[in-house]
Design a protein around this ligand. Structure first.
Ligand code: FPP
Ligand code: MG
Length: 329
């Protein structure tokens, strides 16, 4: 199962979304148009807008029809623009060369262009949100944007801290990633005017899904295939990012193994050391542990949907929770 087949109930909505996204990136500035062209050239999975549409659909339970600038479309666009802006900034912070299988904006142009393009997208998102005329939607989405900035800042602060504990790691990924997943589902349910209990459940679904997503994202940085993920392996470690497979192994392994890993971590990053650390992580159950942890969050996400009435949208949200855990890219 891939995300495109899961999203079949909202296929038309996502097609309209893509057209509107391009429209929103139209700009007189030649440079902005060039960078925008590069960004839409290789599109992402559209997970967040899909979550907005599916949460909305699961609540109103009628064929979703969008009339031009409806609030749900604006929210989906704003969230995707914010997400793309964070990636543009994140690639500068991480000094990444590749994003979604193609050269990153910071690498193709430079850091300044990447940051400024992120700012442009953020401003566009703001405008789209203001157009909804909804303080509550603005509140949900601005709150998530604030949280992900805090998460990224905390991650930078914890860089190269090999004593990082699981609780702090989970807090960081909750802020940097799960916050926007949460906002996607909550805002979809809010636009549909679902009752408060349903809104809360969908919000929790998004939170748990976001946690599972980032744990798997971090795991794929250790064991994923670059051809599938569109980014190389070992980037997190190279950047000093300490993630769950390593946290678990450092915590649970015997002192000999732990010291061996710590010694390797003190070296400047090289592929050979990475492979040695990975092999110790594998031998000590770190990969399995992270996968299990993601599965727990995935199951929690599924549990949040139990009281929703049956619909193709609910089914898609369920399938999405399974996809996020099983994904290889
Ligand atoms: C990707 O994580 C990064 C994030 C989920 C959050 C990034 C947030 C910021 C840069 C701060 C706020 C920015 C704005 C525009 C408000 P990752 O590095 O683990 O994922 P990756 O492997 O895909 O790069
Ligand atoms: Mg990154």
């Amino acid at each position: 199962m891939d995300h495109n087949s899961i999203f079949s109930p909202i296929k038309e909505d996502l097609a309209l979304f893509d057209r509107k996204l391009k429209e929103n990136l139209n700009c007189d500035s030649k440079l902005i148009s060039e960078v925008a062209g590069h960004l839409v050239n290789r599109k992402g999975k559209r997970l967040r807008p899909a979550m907005v549409f599916l949460s909305y659909g699961a609540c109103v339970n009628s064929k979703i029809k969008f009339l031009g600038r409806s609030a749900v479309m604006n929210v989906a666009l704003a969230i995707e623009l914010i997400h793309t802006a964070t990636l543009l900034h994140d690639d500068v912070i991480d000094q990444s060369k590749v994003r979604r299988g193609q050269v990153s904006v910071n690498h193709k142009w430079n850091n300044m262009i990447s940051v400024l393009m992120g700012d442009f997208l953020l401003a566009k998102a703001l405008r789209l949100m203001v157009e909804t005329n909804s303080t509550i939607l603005l509140f949900i989405i601005s709150g998530a944007t604030e949280n992900l900035s805090i998460g990224e800042m905390n991650e930078v602060q914890e860089s190269c801290n090999f004593d990082l504990d699981e609780e702090t790691y989970l807090e960081i990924i909750s802020e940097k990633t799960a916050s926007l997943f949460t906002a996607s589902c909550e805002s979809g349910a809010t636009v549909a005017q679902a009752d408060k209990k349903v809104q809360k459940k969908l919000k929790e679904y998004g939170q748990n899904l976001g946690m599972a997503f980032q744990i798997i994202d971090d795991l794929l940085d250790w064991v994923g295939e670059a051809k599938k993920t569109g980014k190389g392996r070992g980037n997190d470690l190279r950047e000093g990012k300490v993630t769950l497979p390593l946290i678990y192994t450092l915590r649970e392994s015997d002192s000999r193994t732990r010291n061996k890993i710590l010694k390797l971590l003190k070296n400047d990053f090289n592929q050979k050391d990475f492979d040695k650390i990975l092999s110790l992580i594998k031998d000590n159950g770190g990969v399995e542990y992270a996968r299990r942890k993601a599965q727990i969050f995935g199951k929690r996400a599924l549990g949040c949907l139990s009281e929703l009435r049956d619909s193709e949208y609910k089914k898609a949200l369920q399938d999405l929770a399974r996809f996020v855990i099983e994904r290889e890219k």
